[in-house]
Design a binder for this molecule. Structure first.
Ligand code: NAD
Length: 312
């Protein structure tokens, strides 16, 4: 029997995530949105591409506008992308209150029908929305994971590969911290074919890459004008879903609920984790230099501010 993944929110990130999972035949996919017709239309369109891709996965699209989530029952993973994307000039944090109510209604509905699922949160502001999902689902912390670090690290790797004119396959980047403008790209732990980045690029080039990574989301928002990134975000979710469903024990940077790790308590922050069938199977703690720890603390203070506004 194939696995089942529900993707809540059939907008740009949600539909491309569902498409990637479906096309790879990784799992049956249920795409939901409050919109009438659109999720069913997108799922049918995906199903009609299956003979071309040779995917045997099923795609179903449902409208949950009336509150009916029955077809999501017994999902192995629920990816939540519903909400409002950032508009130009809008910070991720402006989205906070608008998306809180959306996440609340969704989490309460899906966890009743899929009590053993792993939740992957995507909606921004990411770390705060993951916190909302953890509290409302009452799931163990291993089963509520935020997607941000995989995306931010992929952006950094893309910039490094372009700068050095090397294969993206040679580059490993590690971006930690909250998914905000003060995220923490860890240069020392970023490598090209095992060689630390500072050994290959002068400091000003590294600094420029770090800066561009931090503003990677905004760069795309400013170009698109009417929405935010979705190809790389959906690829990042796909990598996480793949690691979980195949029990890969893959180490990826994800937002995890910290209880003392990295000196942070009671917050979702991006850190390296081991992803497997049980969700977050381990939080990997690496030693940080004083300036890296200070940057992580600054980033976590921004997340704490949002969580405090929400009264969590
Ligand atoms: P989008 O506007 O294209 O899609 C959002 C969809 O959610 C819409 O189709 C809307 O109808 C739907 N929706 C709203 N309320 C809903 C509800 N209660 N139930 C089901 N569906 C509902 O936006 P997008 O570009 O797909 O982005 C989605 C979210 O993901 C945004 O919050 C965005 O900021 C975030 N995002 C996060 C990351 C990350 O790194 N974590 C990256 C990209 C985007």
């Amino acid at each position: 029997m194939r696995n089942k993944v529900t993707v809540v929110g059939g907008g740009f990130v949600g539909s491309t995530t569902a498409q990637r999972i479906h096309d790879a035949g990784l799992a049956d996919v249920v795409l939901t949105d409050i919109l009438e017709g659109a999720p069913a239309g997108k799922a049918l369109d995906m199903a009609e591409s299956a003979p071309i891709f040779g995917s045997n996965a099923h795609a179903t699209g449902i409208s949950t506008g009336g509150g009916d989530y029955k077809q999501t029952a017994n999902s192995d993973i629920v990816v939540i992308t519903a909400g409002f994307p950032r508009k130009p000039g809008m910070s991720r944090d402006d989205l906070l209150k608008a998306n809180y109510d959306v996440i609340k209604s969704i989490v309460e509905a899906v966890v009743k029908l899929s009590p053993n699922a792993i939740l992957i949160m995507v909606t921004n502001p990411l770390d705060a929305m993951a916190h909302v999902a953890l509290q409302l689902s009452k799931f163990p912390k291993a089963r509520v994971i935020g997607m941000a670090g995989v995306l931010d690290s992929a952006r950094m790797s893309a910039f490094v590969a372009a700068e050095l004119n090397v294969s993206v396959e040679n580059v490993t980047s590690f971006v930690l911290g909250g998914h905000g403008d003060d995220m923490v790209p860890l240069v020392r732990y970023s490598t090209v074919a095992g060689i630390p980045l500072p050994a290959l690029l002068p400091k000003e080039k590294v600094d420029a890459i770090v800066n561009r990574t931090r503003k990677g989301g905004a760069e795309i928002v400013n170009l698109l004008k009417t929405g935010s990134a979705y190809y790389a975000p959906s690829a990042a979710v796909f990598e996480m879903v793949d690691a979980i469903l195949k029990d890969k024990k893959k180490i990826l940077p994800c937002a995890a609920f910290l209880e003392g790790e990295y000196g942070i308590n009671g917050l979702f922050i991006g850190v390296p984790v081991k992803l497997g069938a049980k969700g977050i199977e381990q939080i990997i703690e690496v030693k940080l230099e004083a300036d890296e720890k200070a940057a992580l603390d600054k980033s976590s203070a921004s997340v704490r501010e949002l969580v405090t506004i929400l009264g969590l």
